[in-house]
Design a protein. Structure first.
Length: 114
Protein backbone atom coordinates (compact mmCIF):
# COMPACT_ATOMS: atom_id res chain seq x y z
CA UNK A 1 0.00 0.00 0.00
CA UNK A 2 1.36 3.42 -1.00
CA UNK A 3 1.39 6.36 1.31
CA UNK A 4 -0.96 9.21 0.50
CA UNK A 5 0.68 12.30 -0.88
CA UNK A 6 -0.03 15.55 0.94
CA UNK A 7 -2.46 17.88 -0.76
CA UNK A 8 -0.96 20.49 -3.00
CA UNK A 9 -1.76 24.12 -2.20
CA UNK A 10 -4.67 25.57 -4.13
CA UNK A 11 -3.88 27.80 -7.07
CA UNK A 12 -5.11 31.38 -6.73
CA UNK A 13 -8.42 32.10 -8.41
CA UNK A 14 -8.38 34.15 -11.58
CA UNK A 15 -10.06 37.53 -11.22
CA UNK A 16 -13.61 37.71 -12.52
CA UNK A 17 -14.12 39.45 -15.82
CA UNK A 18 -16.47 42.45 -15.72
CA UNK A 19 -20.03 41.69 -16.71
CA UNK A 20 -21.22 43.05 -20.00
CA UNK A 21 -23.92 45.69 -19.77
CA UNK A 22 -25.39 44.30 -22.95
CA UNK A 23 -25.58 45.93 -26.30
CA UNK A 24 -26.07 49.65 -26.63
CA UNK A 25 -29.49 50.14 -28.23
CA UNK A 26 -29.83 53.93 -27.91
CA UNK A 27 -28.43 56.62 -30.23
CA UNK A 28 -24.82 57.60 -29.52
CA UNK A 29 -25.56 61.34 -29.33
CA UNK A 30 -27.35 60.89 -25.99
CA UNK A 31 -24.22 59.55 -24.28
CA UNK A 32 -24.44 57.14 -21.36
CA UNK A 33 -27.81 56.71 -19.63
CA UNK A 34 -28.30 57.58 -15.96
CA UNK A 35 -30.49 54.51 -15.53
CA UNK A 36 -31.67 51.58 -17.61
CA UNK A 37 -34.00 48.69 -17.04
CA UNK A 38 -36.58 46.40 -18.54
CA UNK A 39 -39.89 44.78 -17.83
CA UNK A 40 -41.64 42.14 -19.91
CA UNK A 41 -40.99 43.05 -23.59
CA UNK A 42 -40.10 46.70 -22.86
CA UNK A 43 -36.76 48.28 -21.98
CA UNK A 44 -35.89 51.85 -21.14
CA UNK A 45 -32.91 54.17 -20.89
CA UNK A 46 -33.05 57.53 -19.10
CA UNK A 47 -30.66 60.37 -19.97
CA UNK A 48 -30.78 62.99 -17.22
CA UNK A 49 -28.67 65.67 -18.94
CA UNK A 50 -30.80 65.52 -22.08
CA UNK A 51 -34.03 65.01 -20.06
CA UNK A 52 -34.96 62.12 -22.34
CA UNK A 53 -36.55 58.75 -21.68
CA UNK A 54 -36.20 56.19 -24.47
CA UNK A 55 -38.53 53.21 -24.59
CA UNK A 56 -37.97 50.22 -26.84
CA UNK A 57 -40.91 47.88 -27.21
CA UNK A 58 -41.65 45.40 -29.97
CA UNK A 59 -38.51 46.57 -31.80
CA UNK A 60 -39.81 50.17 -31.95
CA UNK A 61 -38.07 53.10 -30.29
CA UNK A 62 -39.94 56.08 -28.81
CA UNK A 63 -38.42 59.17 -27.17
CA UNK A 64 -40.10 61.13 -24.37
CA UNK A 65 -39.31 64.43 -22.66
CA UNK A 66 -38.90 63.58 -18.98
CA UNK A 67 -39.38 67.18 -17.84
CA UNK A 68 -38.16 67.58 -14.27
CA UNK A 69 -38.42 63.84 -13.53
CA UNK A 70 -35.20 61.98 -12.71
CA UNK A 71 -36.18 58.43 -13.68
CA UNK A 72 -34.60 55.78 -11.49
CA UNK A 73 -36.68 52.67 -12.15
CA UNK A 74 -39.71 51.07 -13.70
CA UNK A 75 -42.66 49.88 -11.62
CA UNK A 76 -44.72 46.75 -12.08
CA UNK A 77 -47.45 47.27 -14.63
CA UNK A 78 -50.40 45.10 -15.34
CA UNK A 79 -51.32 43.73 -18.72
CA UNK A 80 -51.46 46.24 -21.54
CA UNK A 81 -51.34 49.38 -19.43
CA UNK A 82 -48.60 51.96 -19.84
CA UNK A 83 -45.65 51.43 -17.49
CA UNK A 84 -45.05 53.73 -14.55
CA UNK A 85 -41.61 54.92 -13.56
CA UNK A 86 -40.07 55.94 -10.25
CA UNK A 87 -38.76 59.48 -10.02
CA UNK A 88 -37.74 61.87 -7.26
CA UNK A 89 -41.36 63.13 -7.38
CA UNK A 90 -42.85 59.66 -6.91
CA UNK A 91 -44.58 57.61 -9.56
CA UNK A 92 -44.93 58.98 -13.09
CA UNK A 93 -46.97 57.22 -15.78
CA UNK A 94 -45.56 57.09 -19.28
CA UNK A 95 -48.72 58.78 -20.58
CA UNK A 96 -47.89 61.87 -18.49
CA UNK A 97 -44.66 62.48 -20.42
CA UNK A 98 -44.58 64.35 -23.72
CA UNK A 99 -43.70 62.13 -26.67
CA UNK A 100 -40.93 63.75 -28.72
CA UNK A 101 -40.54 61.35 -31.60
CA UNK A 102 -43.06 59.19 -33.33
CA UNK A 103 -42.53 55.56 -32.69
CA UNK A 104 -40.14 54.40 -35.39
CA UNK A 105 -38.88 51.07 -36.53
CA UNK A 106 -35.59 50.58 -34.76
CA UNK A 107 -32.80 50.53 -37.32
CA UNK A 108 -29.42 49.02 -36.68
CA UNK A 109 -27.61 52.12 -37.93
CA UNK A 110 -29.10 54.17 -35.04
CA UNK A 111 -26.94 52.28 -32.59
CA UNK A 112 -23.46 50.96 -32.25
CA UNK A 113 -22.80 47.87 -30.19
CA UNK A 114 -20.58 48.31 -27.16
Amino acid sequence: MQRMKPMEPMKPMEPMKPMSGGEQWWPNDLGEPSSTGSQNSMRYAFFSKARRLLIEKDNKLTTYDSGDHQISGVQQSGGGSDPAFTSQNGSVNLGELRRISSTIERRQELCTSV
